[in-house]
Design a protein around this ligand. Structure first.
Ligand code: TXA
Ligand code: MG
Length: 322
């Protein structure tokens, strides 16, 4: 895979052309790194599934650069979806809508709906814009990790994990550390039916305020729902080390907690974020570090009822599930 450590105009040109030529391009977003493929190129999308080791019935998110592209991929777009798109895009919100003809079964997992977002990262936006200027419609990009593993928040995570599955003509754009660090909020909208399928940085509270609703249904991380959402498999986002939440840390265990909490005797401090924002930002990187150090067990001390805390706990519960 060709790695661009500095992403200049030439890198964007090469990467956007690589996508159009059917290659895979890993790129940074504000949430996590994505593994991009041209959404209408069947063989490219197939190779993306294979490199991730992801089952074909798990649908992917289409990334576009502007709201104008929305109507290519979705039909019967409700007013509420437009309100949310105008308010939160570009940003960490994925909206699930009724799919258009263009959205094939391969990217929707055979469902009648399609997931779409505009990421808020200068490199991602430039890449998508250039790709669309060249005639592309959208880029499917699941998180650039092997299926079930922790999402990558740095280019080196992608390189370590996927290098052996990618080929010479694939590209990795290094955009440094992802700001948010956990995946986008996913909302399902159908007429007056709203469901948050994956909590994220855009909280239910912000969505309720924006739509002037009274309440919203939020999927519980330990339960399956009818839609096929791989992020909703309880054993998703897992490192190799065994993760335990709010357990007692023993000597030799990894330990992640807010800065003001002391490291237990002889535990190995992997992270000491100062607040929830930093917790989300560093969580996956800290969990990957545990695997790098070959630790058997990681204790995460975490309690928060803030809107972002709900998303962090969701990922922790999945990382801890067996
Ligand atoms: O922040 C993010 O969303 C990142 C960056 C790269 O954009 N992407 C990401 O993609 O997390 P992925 O593939 O790892 O997770 C996408 C989630 C999966 O849980 C998938 O099942 C769900 O979106 N999804 C996609 N299409 C869907 C649909 N039509 N109905 C329900 N869930 C869907
Ligand atoms: Mg993922």
């Amino acid at each position: 895979m060709k790695v661009f450590e500095e992403v200049d105009d030439l890198a964007i040109e090469i990467a956007s052309q690589a996508l159009l030529d059917g290659n895979l391009v890993a790129f940074p977003t504000e949430t996590v790194y994505g593994l991009g493929a041209d959404a209408v190129n069947t063989s490219a999308v197939n190779r993306m599934y294979e490199s991730k080791g992801r089952p074909k019935d798990h649908p992917v998110i289409i990334h576009i650069s502007s709201i104008e592209m929305l109507s290519k991929w979705a039909v019967d777009i409700p007013k509420s979806a437009r309100i949310l798109a105008n308010q939160f895009w570009p940003g960490p919100l994925t909206i699930i809508l009724k799919k258009s003809e263009l959205a094939s079964d391969l990217i929707t997992g055979g469902q009648k709906t399609v997931a779409i977002r505009i990421p808020n990262h200068p490199i991602a936006l430039e890449l998508l814009k250039r790709f669309e200027e060249k005639g592309g419609f959208g880029v499917v990009a699941p998180s650039a990790n092997r299926f079930g593993a922790v999402s990558p928040t740095r280019a080196k995570h992608v390189l370590n994990e996927l290098d052996s599955y990618l080929v010479e003509s694939d590209v990795l754009l290094d955009g440094g550390n992802c700001k948010i660090g956990i995946e986008s909020t996913i909302i399902f909208i159908n007429d007056n039916d709203f469901k948050i399928l994956r909590p994220g940085f855009i909280s239910a509270k912000k969505i309720i305020q924006t739509l002037q609703m009274s309440n919203i249904w939020i999927s519980e991380s330990d339960k399956h729902h009818q839609l096929s959402v791989s992020g909703n498999l309880p054993n998703h986002y897992k490192p190799k080390a065994k993760v335990e939440i709010n357990a007692i840390a023993h000597p030799g265990d990894g330990f992640i907690a807010l800065k003001n909490i002391q490291t237990p005797n002889l535990a190995i401090r992997l992270g000491e974020p100062k607040d929830d924002l930093e917790f989300a930002h560093s969580l996956y990187s800290n969990l990957r570090e545990a695997d790098q150090l070959n630790l058997d067990r990681v204790v995460v001390n975490y309690q928060s009822f803030s809107p972002l805390g709900i998303a962090i706990l969701d990922r922790l519960v999945r990382a801890a599930s067996r």
